[in-house]
Design a protein around this ligand. Structure first.
Ligand SMILES: Nc1nc2c(ncn2[C@@H]2O[C@H](COP(=O)(O)OP(=O)(O)OP(=O)(O)O)[C@@H](O)[C@H]2O)c(=O)[nH]1
Ligand SMILES: [Mg+2]
Length: 325
């Protein structure tokens, strides 16, 4: 069954709550027989991403980062994931898709006050989002807050922060920086956590690091408030055997792959309520996502980004929208 999306003119549509993942989730697409022994295809064409340009963010001390969320009512969507798990490209892809659907996506300039580099990032945001040069997105857009509106009505604010602020491979046991604690614990807005798991098996091959990342997710869950919502994402699904073409994928297989590759991640969201758990076993929903295809030039010096199928952006947005009401 194709993914249902709202009409272009009406973002205020109803979402079937039963889309929340159940252990016995019935895939919406034809079953796909995976021949891979590993949960993810090991032979990723994209391995380790290109080295990022030195930006102001890479030299920012996370302990000293100061951010400002001036809008205290519009929900905040946090893209959570380790470095290079695809948060920036998810923001780029989602922004392109939303703009095509008539939404407005604008950088929140007050987010990092008196930061010249951030000002320039905000100025360049539109150009970067439409660029097909992958580096334009991943190297230039970093650590931003953008606001998504429809007909002037704000729907959510999306935070894309450096992956090492959530989970650093160099200090995997360190706590979140204070600014993340403040966002998780003190602002009154509803939060929607988009928890990225990375299908790039080569990049996330360190089992201990994945385990510690799951511990971080558990910590976020504990610190969160009952109003907050969670979406677990299998990102870069194009690197797996679970794609069925045109934005369709085998959800049951994708879910199992994440469960096996990131042990314990779904247990964090088990609904323990004695009654509601029967019809809503998980407090997190689950989707797969692909930003696009990244094609390296023959000299290896540049990478072209081609947006992936609309279905992934549509499904993620539909879920986000249902949580941002
Ligand atoms: N195959 C595939 N690769 C992807 C996808 N999204 C991102 N990538 C790859 O992952 C790299 C890193 O993506 P980013 O979006 O910069 O990752 P990030 O999570 O923002 O990384 P940090 O800013 O360092 O935390 C990209 O340069 C691509 O090579 C995807 O949907 N499919
Ligand atoms: Mg990024």
């Amino acid at each position: 069954m194709p993914i249902q999306i709202p009409s272009d003119s009406d973002p205020d549509f109803d979402v079937d709550e039963e889309r929340d993942l159940e252990p016995d989730y019935t895939p919406t697409h034809e079953p796909h027989i995976s021949t891979a022994g590993l949960p993810f295809v090991e032979d990723s064409a994209f391995g380790v991403p290109e080295e990022k340009a030195t930006s102001v963010d890479s030299v920012l001390d996370p302990l000293k980062v100061s951010v400002e969320i001036a809008d205290r009512s519009t929900p905040v969507v946090l893209l959570v994931g380790p470095p290079a798990s695809g948060k920036t490209m998810m923001l780029v892809r989602l922004t392109r898709w939303l703009k095509n659907k008539g939404y407005t996506v604008t950088p929140v300039r007050t987010f990092r006050p008196s930061d010249g580099a951030y000002e320039r990032m905000c100025d360049d945001f539109n150009a970067m989002v439409s660029s097909n040069e992958a580096a334009a997105g991943t190297n230039v857009i970093s650590f931003m807050l953008v606001k998504v509106s429809y007909n002037g009505h704000p729907i959510c604010q999306i935070l894309e922060a450096p992956g090492e602020h959530y989970h650093s491979p160099y200090s995997p046991e360190s706590d979140f920086p204070p600014y993340i604690h403040r966002i998780i614990q003190t602002i009154p807005n509803r939060r929607v956590f988009v928890i990225l798991t990375d299908a790039d098996y080569k990049l996330q091959k360190d089992e201990e690091s994945r385990k510690l990342y799951v511990d971080k997710i558990r910590r976020i869950r504990r610190l969160s408030s009952p109003r907050d919502r969670f979406i677990v994402v299998l990102n870069k699904v194009d690197l797996t055997d679970y794609t069925l073409g045109k934005g369709h994928y085998n959800k049951r297989e994708a879910y199992r792959a994440v469960r096996d590759f990131y042990p314990g991640v779904f247990e964090i969201f088990e609904n323990k309520h004695p009654i509601t758990r029967f019809f809503k076993p998980s407090e997190a929903s689950f989707v797969a996502f692909q930003s696009g295809v990244f094609t390296k030039s023959s000299d290896g010096k540049s990478t072209t980004f081609t947006a992936g199928a609309d279905g992934y952006a549509e499904e993620l947005w539909k879920q986000l929208l249902s949580y941002c009401k």
